[in-house]
Design a protein around this ligand. Structure first.
Ligand code: TYM
Length: 327
C-alpha cells in the first residue's frame, strides 16, 4: 500500500477564529481530515504568537480557546494529530538547525516580515526568523502538503527552499513541500475590502465564528460596498463570495444575476448574508461553549496529541542529529 501523503498546518492563537481563517484554512483541514486519505497534523502555533504583543495570561487563555474552537469547527483528535507547538520542543531545535542553512537575504524578501517591520518599532529577531520556525513545524513531520490561505504561500515556498538547502548541504532527507489553497484563499476585510480580513485591523473588519447572530448582522450591515470605477466593487465581490460559501446555491445565483442586471440591493444581500452566517455557525457556537466549560477534556485531548506528535518529532531529530554530525 502506498504511504499516505502527510498534511501539516497550524494557526496562531492570537484571537478567536474568523471567517478568513475558516474559509482559507480550517474548513479545508476538516474536509481533508474527513476524507481519510491523509496523515494529518494540525497544531496551535503558540511559539509564533510570541512575536506578537500578548501578555502571558492572554496567551494562556487564547491557547485554550483556540483549542476549543478548532474542535468545535470539526477537528477530530481521533483522525488528526492535534497538538500545541510548544509542547514539542523539537520544533525549536529544528528551527535552530534551519537557521544555519537559511541565507539572510531570503528572509529579507518575506513580505509579511517587511510589513511587520514597517508597523513595529524595534522589531525583534523573532519576526525575522519566523518563517524558519514555520519550516521546522512542517518538515519535522515530513509535510508534503500544507493547506493555508494566500498570505502563507511565500512561507511554504521558503519551507521548500529550506528543505533543498538542507538536502544539498547534507543528504536527501526532507520532502518538497507544497501549499494547498481553498477556492477562497483571501477573504477581505468588511470595512477595507482592499485588505485581507485580519483581526489586527479591528473588530468590525472581521466576523468571528463565535459572534452572536445580531453581532454578525450588524457587522455585515456596516460592510463597505461603494464602487470605485467600473466593475464589481471589491466589497461587493467579497460579500458575494461569502453568500456563496454560507448561503444556498440558489440565493447566491440570484444575487449574482441581480449584480449583473444592476438591480441588486446591497441591503438585501447583507440581510440574507447576515442570517446565513449566523445560522451556519450555530452548532459551532454551542459546541464551543460546551468545550470551554470542560477544561479537563481540552487538556486531555492536547496531551494525547502531544504524545502522538512527539513520537514522530523525536524520530526525525534522531535522524537529523546523525545526519549533521551532532551524534
Ligand atoms: P494565521 O494564524 O495568521 O492564520 C491561520 C490560517 O488562516 C489563513 N488566513 C486567511 N485565509 C483567507 N483569508 C484571510 N483573510 C485569512 N486570514 C488568515 C492563513 O493563511 C492561515 O492558513 N504562520 C501561520 C501559522 C503557522 C503555520 C505553520 C501554518 C505556523 N506554523 C506551519 C502552516 C504550517 C499564521 O500565522 O497563520
Amino acid at each position: 500500500m502506498n504511504k499516505k501523503e502527510i498534511i501539516v498546518s497550524g494557526i496562531q492563537p492570537t484571537g478567536n477564529l474568523h471567517i478568513g481563517n475558516y474559509l482559507g484554512a480550517v474548513k479545508k483541514w476538516v474536509e481533508l481530515q474527513n476524507s481519510g486519505k491523509y496523515e494529518m497534523y494540525i497544531f496551535i502555533a503558540d511559539l509564533h504568537a510570541l512575536t506578537g504583543k500578548m501578555t502571558a495570561d492572554e496567551l494562556r487563555t487564547q491557547i485554550n480557546k483556540t483549542c476549543a474552537e478548532l474542535l468545535a469547527a470539526g477537528i477530530d483528535p481521533k483522525k488528526t494529530t492535534f497538538f500545541v507547538q510548544s509542547h514539542i520542543q523539537e520544533h525549536a531545535e529544528l528551527a535552530w538547525i534551519f537557521n544555519c542553512v537559511t541565507p539572510i537575504n531570503e528572509l529579507e524578501r518575506m513580505t509579511q516580515y517587511k510589513d511587520k517591520v514597517a508597523q513595529f518599532k524595534n522589531a525583534t529577531a523573532g519576526l525575522f526568523t519566523y518563517p524558519i520556525l514555520q519550516a521546522a513545524d512542517i518538515l519535522l513531520y515530513h509535510g508534503d502538503l500544507v493547506p493555508v490561505g494566500q498570505d502563507q504561500i511565500q512561507h511554504v515556498e521558503l519551507t521548500r527552499d529550506t528543505a533543498r538547502w538542507f538536502n544539498n548541504k547534507y543528504e536527501q532527507y526532507f520532502p518538497e513541500t507544497k501549499h494547498l489553497l481553498t477556492p477562497t484563499p483571501k477573504i477581505m476585510s468588511l470595512l477595507e475590502p482592499n485588505k485581507k480580513m485580519s483581526k489586527s485591523l479591528g473588530q468590525d473588519h472581521v466576523i468571528e465564528l463565535s459572534d452572536e447572530p445580531e453581532i454578525i448582522e450588524n457587522k455585515i450591515k456596516k460592510a463597505v460596498t461603494a464602487t470605485e470605477g467600473g466593475g464589481v466593487a471589491p466589497g461587493v465581490a467579497n460579500l458575494l463570495v461569502l453568500i456563496k460559501e454560507f448561503g444556498d446555491q440558489k440565493t447566491y445565483e440570484k444575487f449574482i444575476q441581480m449584480e449583473k442586471d444592476k438591480t441588486i440591493r446591497y441591503g438585501d444581500l447583507k440581510k440574507e448574508l447576515g442570517e446565513a452566517v449566523g445560522k451556519y455557525f450555530s452548532n459551532f457556537r454551542t459546541e464551543r461553549a460546551k468545550l470551554l466549560r470542560d477544561e479537563k477534556k481540552l487538556t486531555k485531548i492536547m496531551s494525547v496529541g502531544t504524545k502522538k506528535a512527539k513520537k514522530v518529532a523525536e524520530k526525525t531529530m534522531i535522524d537529523i542529529r546523525k545526519i549533521i554530525g551532532l551524534k
